[in-house]
Design a protein around this ligand. Structure first.
Ligand SMILES: [Zn+2]
Length: 283
């Protein structure tokens, strides 16, 4: 990347919840008999912050305690309250990217009353259209979140993108359909190169590395094509940040003074080979 073209940003992740006691085979569409019976591969819940001296961008908004209880998930922290660690009040946030409208990424929108919400147009069409008549398709969505997005549309605060768009100077969103038709990833220039917040375009490092998608899936071939696209956008394997991998919180340095957060703009503490080995050992 050209350091002189763009400002660089810090990229932070907060692990705010988990779904433990989850069999490894639940995280892959195709079980080729590779998982030992009883092997667990938990999924953690994250959201992300992109910031520098001039700008602050929130990527996804997590979900509230009530939703965690209803869906049997463990919430470590309220995602909105956790922003105070960074000296930021929700009411002051000006821009929020929603990677897709699933419940674990698009809750709490009402708590960001002054933010522009960046969403792919295709995502809004999908979750307000006939696809939602299918129980299995609508299950990861919550009507309250879809209604909140529509409310913002009517308030002129929903920014609908068609594919690639710049949301901050040098920071772009890119459509990567598959998990849902309107899933988008966020590409950020950092001091260590281009980092891509893949969100659920790859739940775990194992999904993209093994080309083995997560089973909540709308379109298989675009999902697989999306892995290639993400790799082309990022400056290396550990510049790709999966949406739910417990290793994200373990592999990157903690933020000084707010150690629930990890610094994705800094090099990983180990090599990606170490991370891959852990995944393969779990298979
Ligand atoms: Zn998710």
């Amino acid at each position: 990347m050209s350091e002189s073209t763009f400002p660089t940003y810090e990229v932070l992740a907060l692990r705010f919840g988990t779904h433990a006691d989850r069999p490894a085979r639940d995280n892959f569409l195709v079980d080729e008999g590779q998982f030992t019976q009883g092997t667990d591969m938990p999924m953690d819940f994250y959201f992300w912050v992109v910031r520098n001296e001039q700008h602050f961008l929130l990527v996804d908004t997590g979900f509230p305690e009530e939703m965690a209880l209803r869906r049997g998930r463990t919430l470590f922290r309220d995602p909105v309250d956790a922003l105070t660690d960074l000296g930021v009040a929700a009411g002051d946030v000006s821009d929020v990217v929603i990677t897709h409208l699933h419940y674990d990424h698009a809750g709490n929108l009402d708590r960001f009353p002054h933010a522009r919400i960046h969403l792919q147009e295709e995502e809004l069409q999908f979750c307000t259209g006939p696809a939602m008549r299918h129980h299995i398709v609508r299950k990861p969505f919550e009507p309250v979140n879809v209604q909140a997005a529509v409310q913002r549309l009517f308030e002129g605060q929903l920014v609908l993108h068609r594919g690639e768009a710049e949301v901050l100077p040098g920071v772009t969103v890119h459509s990567v359909p598959g998990h849902t038709p309107g899933t988008q990833v966020v590409r950020v220039p950092t001091a260590r190169g281009w980092v891509v917040l893949a969100s659920d375009a790859s739940h775990l490092w194992a999904n993209i590395r093994l080309r083995s998608p997560f089973p909540i899936l709308d379109q298989l071939t675009p999902m697989l094509d999306g892995y290639d696209k993400i790799e082309a956008l990022a400056d290396g394997d550990d510049h790709i940040i999966p949406g739910h991998d417990p290793q994200v919180a373990q592999r990157f340095p903690r933020l000084s003074g707010a150690d629930d957060w990890v610094c994705l703009h800094e090099p990983a503490l180990d090599s990606i080979e170490t991370a891959a080995a852990v995944h393969v050992a779990a298979r």
